[in-house]
Each structure stands twice: as C-alpha cells, then as structure tokens.
Design a protein around this ligand. Sequence first.
Ligand code: HSE
Length: 335
Amino acid sequence: MRRVNVAIAGFGGVGRATANLLLSRRERYAQVYHADVRLVAVCGSRAGLRDPEGLQADQLTTLQEGLSGPDFIAASGADILIEAGPTDFRTGGPGLAYIHSALASGRDTIVISKGALVHSGKKLCALAQKSGAILKLSGAASAALPTVDLVEHSLKGCNVLEVEGILNATTNYLLDAMMTRGVGFDEALREAQQGGFAESDPRNDTEGWDTACKLLILANFGLGAELEMDDLIVDGIQSVTAERIQTWRSEGLVPKLVGSLVHSDGTFRASVGVKTYPLDDAFANVRGKDKAIRITSDAMGETLAIGSGKEPLATAAAALKDLEYILSARLAPAR
Ligand code: HSE
C-alpha cells in the first residue's frame, strides 16, 4: 500500500465538502489504487490544522489560528494539493500563491477556484511542465458538468470546431425562473443566493464573468488556446427586462446565457452573451440550475452533455475525480 498525503488550501463550503468526501472514500482508494490516502493538512485564510498521520472528520470543526499559507502546506508533507479558495480572476486570488508554490516544488495540484487559472494559466502550466507536477482543474471548469474531460478524453484526436456552453448555474436559474414562473430578477437572485450557488458578489454571475472564466479555462487548458480575459466579448443578463422576457415567451424562444467558442484556422474567438433557442432545442430544456455544453467536432459531429448536482458536493466530487486521475497516473493498479 502506497501512502499518499493530501492537503487542502481554502476551507469554505467546498473545501470542507472535499475534505469530508475524501475521508469517506479512503477505503475505495485503498481497494482500487492500493493507496493509503491521508488528509495531512487543511487551511483557510488565517487558520488550519495539520497531522502527519492524517486528520479525521471530527477534527475538522476547529481550526487553529496562524496555521495557513503556502509554507504551512509545504511543511505538511503533502504529495497532492487541492486548492479550494475564493475566485478572483482579476488578481489570481489567494489560490495563486498556493498553486504556484505547489507546482514549483513538483506537487501534483488539483485546482477548484478559477482565479489563478484565468490570471496566470500559462505561467502555471509552464511551472507544472518544468517540475513534472500534474495540474488538474475539473472543479474550476464547471465541476459536475464535464467540459475539459470531454475534449481531452471523449473527443480525443478530433478537431473541436465550436463550443456552446450554459456554464453558469445562477444565470440559468434566473432566466428560467423569469421565463417559466414570472419571477422578477431580484427575487430569482435571492433564491439562487439561498440555494448557495450564486457567487458572493453575484455580479460575477449576472454580468457573465463566471461563464467567461469557465470558457477561457476550457479553451486554454482543454483546447490549447492562449486567450486572455480581454480577448473575450462579455455580456450578461443584467439588462434583461420583463418586457424582453414577455417578447421571447410570445415568440416561443428560450433565452440562455451562453459562452461561445469558435475555432477556425488555429484561431479561437470567444464570447459570452444571451442567445435564444427554439423550444425543441436541447438547450431550451436545460432547466433551473442545470448546466450544459454542446461541442461540435470535425469527426464526431455534435456532442451534448447536461449536468447538475447538489453543491458543494458536486464540486467536491469533481475535484476528487481529478484525485483519482492522479492516483491512477502515479500508482500501479491493485492486483
Ligand atoms: N456561481 C457559479 C454558478 C458557481 O452559478 O455556476 C461557481 O462557479
């Protein structure tokens, strides 16, 4: 049995859910990968916990002040970092320093927050390549909805020509509530906040930035594009009025906030904005906080995935899907 030490930086709802799910799956990791997976450290912005023998679920309720930061994680003996801090794509957010430090020292890294990947993606990839660390990011690229996995595995070898994605749960929920229940924008947003899937600053959702981050991550990490946020045309749903909703309804059209990517002659064009679909289009039937992606490739035509899941469990599970990828890449399967 090979020992694998994991640390989690960022200990809000998603970080905690990831810790608990990981601890509940230790038996699975032992059986499938012959790996003794231990959670050796967790930390938030100011406090943390460390135990070289592995933390237990009942220890995770009380963190100790002062135990935090990339050096704390480095000293924990972790082989793998899971980064689950808050997203800030304008600065890279607190995750950037953790991810940078882990990749520079060759530690395999699973990223959940989007900020560092959008802000410094190219640099982080170069660091990983240099040190030989594996960088995985399913949790940052729409989590329960497979996106990067689809292009990397299911469509391997195909030339992706076009991507359309309903990549943000909040805006899909809002538009659906306004269209089908006649709920106003502010009331629908309150519901999304109560549901726990809207960002703490919901303008990141409603103005299209969260969709733009996910689209950019898919393009750069999944398809080899080199887009910067300034290359994207980004519009949101903030100016959707009750009158427009009424017009769409009477025309039999369903509005969705969509991230679009067009790939031709090695060039990627990306944008985010409201698109409308006829009632018989699969996108028109993506309801509530579900997300969806439609990928058109040269050889496999149109591929469609629709996904959802209860948060924060779904995002935790996406990150632990990445953990299993790393376990299988690094360890021989159990016999
Ligand atoms: N606020 C996001 C959404 C979840 O509504 O999809 C985190 O990416």
